[in-house]
Write a protein that binds this ligand. Structure first.
Ligand code: ZN
Length: 164
């Protein structure tokens, strides 16, 4: 798709609009940095809500299948994730600033006439991505290196001529 979707936030919310799509994981530049392999997809759906907690809002849902790097064995681990967010829209920087400190609950964003949907999608995926992805059970060469401390000299004996 040549043109990324752009929405007018308030208009989109007022009209109860809906937009759904799918992208390759590596088409999102910040996400690409986290990927072990470029295959994988991100599906998204964004829906306008005329009023939520007194504000126009966007409801965003993402689901993704991505190849990440296992932090234990450094191999590829396929991860599926899904996440939902509610974005309350503001057109005033000062008003928005008063709400930014909240951690729980809906997010508060400055809405514009040209909001990049894929930026919102990418933000959501990055938040949902596990910080330290791991296999449930890593495939290892010697059978039981799972969680074992690293042995930096393990290969040294072999290098030195295989003394037994
Ligand atoms: Zn692993």
């Amino acid at each position: 798709m040549p043109h990324p979707p752009v929405i007018d936030g308030f208009e989109f919310a007022r009209c109860n609009s809906r937009l759904a799509g799918s992208r390759r994981g590596d088409s999102l530049p910040r996400l690409r940095e986290c990927l072990y392999a470029p295959d994988g997809t991100v599906d998204f759906e964004i829906e306008g809500v005329p009023e939520m907690q007194g504000r126009p809002a966007l409801r965003l849902q993402v689901s993704a299948k991505l190849a990440l790097q296992c932090q234990r064995c450094l191999g590829r681990v396929d991860v599926e994730l899904s996440s939902k967010a509610v974005l309350l829209l503001y057109d005033d920087e000062a008003e928005l600033a008063a709400h930014r400190v909240e951690v729980e609950g809906p997010e508060h964003v400055l809405a514009g006439r040209e909001m990049q949907v894929l930026d919102l999608v990418e933000d959501e995926v990055l938040l949902a991505i596990p910080q330290a992805p791991r296999h449930g059970q890593c495939r290892t060469h010697d059978g039981d290196a799972r969680g074992a401390p690293q042995r930096p000299f393990a290969g040294l004996r072999a290098l030195m001529g295989g003394k037994r």
